[in-house]
Design a protein. Structure first.
Length: 118
């Protein structure tokens, strides 16, 4: 039976990688490309996991977890990405999002995002 993984877990893992590079932001474009890459890698590994990584789900993540994430807007007021609130850290993301996933999914997700971001 397939396991569904919400966008919040995906966003948190992406922001952890970006934060390690000194960035506090990830664009919707990058999230979308990485979402496709991650899903392909999980399929190749024969792991029955479905990631909910559409733009509307990313927007819901911002509003559902507004204590962690902020919406980034361009000069026209269009949403372009997600940033981590200034008072939050990698540890906060790990404790709230990473450690709640099953270890096999979490480890493979982290490795796959790291290889995408490299």
């Amino acid at each position: 039976m397939a396991k569904f993984v919400g966008a919040e877990y995906f966003v948190a893992n992406m922001l952890i990688e970006e934060k390690r590079k000194g960035k506090n932001y990830v664009s919707f474009e990058k999230l979308g490309k990485c979402g496709i890459y991650v899903q392909e890698k999980f399929i190749e590994a024969d792991m029955d996991v479905i990631f909910l990584t559409s733009r509307p789900q990313f927007m819901e993540t911002i509003y559902d977890f507004s204590d962690y994430f902020e919406c980034i807007l361009d000069e026209r007021g269009q949403a372009t990405g997600i940033s981590l609130k200034k008072n939050k850290s990698i540890d906060d993301l790990q404790y709230r999002f990473v450690y709640y996933l099953p270890i096999g999914i979490s480890s493979f997700l982290q490795q796959t995002i790291q290889s995408f971001a490299a």
